[in-house]
Design a protein around this ligand. Structure first.
Ligand code: NAG
Ligand code: NAG
Ligand code: NAG
Length: 374
């Protein structure tokens, strides 16, 4: 190693001088940059706060049964994993008043949902069999077509009361789910925001038929309601979703043969409360309830909702989501060809267990054509 010559030393001090100069210039740029970045953090915080402010005022609603507690926890875990740990919607879990929720279960629910769940009882007046009904006729119906009283109470509750439940009354949007469900896809957007953006008030996944035998006189009753309250008809409502011949239905003369039997399965259902609190829907429910068919037959909440939605909404106010990989029980479902879906399309063999269900869903002429995934 040689000792640096004076010229080399000069070069070094020049380098150092330049280095210091650049450092100070850089710093002088950095300082305002830091100020800028701190204000951009503030801006970001504002944006986050704003986003929280404008998060749709929604709750996920699930009815839970004491016989399905593990299933409930698995459903909550699936919902959290697939989207809600990100979207952070609160849950309202409904149980009948006889069910005691153990501390152990509450703690597990709290842990899975990061404390976002409320457990609420179903008030007697929304659940009990009305005492003015003919008990003998109900007993006869239970013996002949099955479906327990609790099941029928559930159908009546969802048909006429859920949006007025004290635990749900403060929410604009109600996202109903069930405990026997699976989302096979990560949901990378907020379905409710998407509905708001496209002006929809009702969101669903599947359309299928329903059993006529357990609700023999529902179609006749709906048709009579339409005929009896012409002042409640909503212009441009999508009545053709429910009726093959709309004018016949409006004349009060339609029967089961005139019903399309198209039903939006509402174990997945996102709705705005204005659908249910509309004068038309409220009067519709009151009319049906007075007839007693929720207990004299098994009038399902899915057909009642579908009839109601087709009465109060226009075609483009209902939206269908088909990119969620949403499955009810072990029934057939649509598996989208997308990488975030933990399912594969298996051709005609997929959903083999319920081929009729799938075929019907495909054959249905869905008039609501506002697709959520477009
Ligand atoms: C629920 O708890 C109450 C009060 O602790 C008790 O009287 C009742 O028997 C319990 N019900 C059930 C179904 O365990
Ligand atoms: C629809 O119903 C009306 C009234 O019942 C009837 O006059 C008309 O022929 C029906 N239309 C069709 C296409 O069946
Ligand atoms: C309406 O439903 C009720 C209850 O099932 C039944 O008693 C009544 O006959 C029905 N009305 C018509 C017009 O079918």
């Amino acid at each position: 190693m040689t000792v640096p010559s004076p010229s080399t030393r000069l070069r070094y001090s020049l380098y150092i001088g330049f280095a210091l100069f650049f450092a100070s210039v850089t710093l002088s740029f950095l300082l305002p940059t830091r100020r800028w970045s701190s204000s951009s953090i503030a801006f970001l915080q504002e944006a986050v706060v704003d986003e929280a402010d404008i998060r749709p005022n929604a709750a996920i609603v699930i009815m839970i049964s004491p016989r399905r507690l593990t299933e409930t926890l698995m459903a909550l875990k699936n919902i959290e994993d697939r989207f809600n740990r990100r979207l952070k919607y609160p849950y309202v879990l409904l149980t009948d008043s006889a069910t005691n929720i153990s501390d152990e279960l509450s703690e597990k629910v709290r842990c899975i949902t990061e404390g976002r769940a409320t457990i609420a009882h179903l008030p007697e007046e929304m659940w009990a069999v009305p005492d003015w009904l003919d008990q003998e006729r109900i007993r006869h119906s239970l013996d002949s077509i099955g479906f327990s009283l609790a099941y029928r109470s559930m159908c009546r509750f969802y048909s006429g009361f859920f949006w007025r439940h004290p635990a749900l009354i403060s929410y604009d949007w109600l996202w109903r789910l069930d405990t026997d469900i699976t989302f096979h896809c990560d949901v990378q957007y907020d379905p409710i925001r998407r509905m708001i953006k496209s002006g929809a008030l009702y969101g669903f996944v599947q359309v299928s038929g329903d059993a006529i035998g357990v609700q023999e006189s529902l179609a006749r009753n709906v048709s009579q309601f339409l005929h009896s309250r012409p002042e409640l008809l909503v212009p441009d409502a999508n009545l053709a979703f429910s009726w093959k011949n709309v004018s016949k239905a409006l004349q009060g003369q339609a029967d089961n043969d005139d019903w399309t039997v198209s039903v939006m399965y509402n174990n997945f259902e996102i709705s705005h409360r204005s659908v249910w609190s509309s004068p038309t829907y409220q009067a519709f429910f009151e009319y049906l309830d007075q007839q007693g068919g929720f207990f004299y037959e098994r009038w399902g909440d899915a057909p009642v909702h579908s009839y109601g939605v087709s009465m109060v909404l226009k075609k483009d106010q209902a939206i269908q989501f088909s990119d969620l990989g949403y499955q009810h029980k072990d029934w057939g479902y649509e598996c989208p060809s997308q990488p975030q879906c933990a399912c594969v399309k298996e051709g005609p063999s997929a959903g083999k267990r319920f081929p009729v269900f799938i075929r019907q869903a495909k054959r249905m002429n869905i008039d609501f054509n506002n697709r959520g995934d477009r």
